[in-house]
Design a protein. Structure first.
Length: 233
C-alpha cells in the first residue's frame, strides 16, 4: 500500500510560505518520512529525556518524537506564536482552510508528528490519526480520545485481554502524555526557538490536561444527553 499523505501549508501576509507533507504508512499510520542524513544535537534521546520514557540510548539514540519534528522546529524557530497565517490542510478525502495563529497551526502539525513518530508513550494516540481533525475544539478532541480508548478496549476484549470499560486507565494515559509534553518543552528551550513552537507544545499540554479530567461528571452528563437514544430501557 502506498503511503497516505497529509499536507500542511502555511502562508503569511508578507508572502512567506511553508509546506509539510506528512507521509504515513497504512494501515498502521506510522510516520514514513525519508530519514535525514543528519539530525541536530537536541534530538538525542539523553537530551532532556522524558522521565517516563522507557527507551535507552542503545535502543534508540534519538528521541523518536524529536527526530520526527527536526524540520518543523527548524523552519518555525524564528516564528512568533501571535503571527497570523493562512493554513491549508489537504487530506485524501477533504481539505481544511482557516486563518489562525502560527501557534495553532504548529500545534496541530506537531501533534500529528508526535503521535506517529514511534514514541512508545505517544503511540497510543496514533489511532486518533485515523480521524485526524485539524483545528478541533477541546470537546471534539475529548470525544475522539474517549472513542479511540474505548475502541482499544473492545479490541483487547476480542483478543481475550483485560478491558478497561470504566476508563480507569484513561486519565493515567493522558497524565503520561502531559509529562512527555512538559519534558519536550524543556528540550525545545535548548534550541533557542521563538515562542510559536513552545506555545504550540503548551497548547498540546493543555489539551492533554483537559482530556485527562474530561470524564468527570459534567462531561459525562453531556454525553448521556447526546446518547439518550441508547440509554432508554
Amino acid at each position: 500500500m502506498s503511503p497516505k499523505t497529509l499536507t500542511y501549508r502555511f502562508r503569511w501576509k508578507d508572502g512567506r510560505r511553508r509546506e509539510f507533507a506528512v507521509l504515513l504508512s497504512p494501515p498502521g499510520l506510522r510516520l514514513a518520512q525519508p530519514p535525514r542524513e543528519s539530525l541536530p544535537d537536541w534530538t538525542r534521546l539523553e537530551n532532556r529525556q522524558c522521565p517516563n520514557c522507557p527507551l535507552t540510548p542503545a535502543d534508540s539514540p534519538r528521541c523518536p518524537a524529536a527526530a520526527s519534528m527536526a524540520d518543523l522546529v527548524e523552519l518555525f524557530k524564528d516564528c512568533l506564536s501571535t503571527e497570523v497565517v493562512e493554513a491549508e490542510i489537504l487530506t485524501e478525502n477533504r481539505d481544511y482552510r482557516k486563518t489562525i495563529s502560527a501557534q495553532e497551526g504548529v500545534s496541530s502539525l506537531m501533534g500529528l508528528y508526535m503521535a506517529t513518530s514511534g514514541c512508545p508513550i505517544l503511540d497510543k494516540l496514533r489511532p486518533m490519526v485515523f480521524t485526524h481533525l485539524p483545528f478541533s475544539t477541546l470537546k471534539e478532541t475529548v470525544y475522539r480520545a474517549v472513542s479511540a480508548y474505548l475502541t482499544a478496549q473492545f479490541l483487547r476484549h476480542k483478543k481475550g485481554l483485560p478491558a478497561d470499560w470504566e476508563l480507569t486507565g484513561f486519565k493515567r494515559l493522558y497524565e503520561d502524555i502531559a509529562t512527555v509534553n512538559r519534558a519536550f518543552a524543556k528540550r525545545l528551550m535548548d534550541v533557542a526557538v521563538q515562542d510559536a513552537s513552545l506555545n504550540a507544545l503548551v497548547k498540546l499540554d493543555c489539551l492533554a490536561g483537559f482530556t485527562a479530567f474530561s470524564i468527570e461528571k459534567t462531561f459525562v452528563r453531556e454525553l448521556e444527553e447526546l446518547f439518550s437514544a441508547y440509554l432508554r430501557p
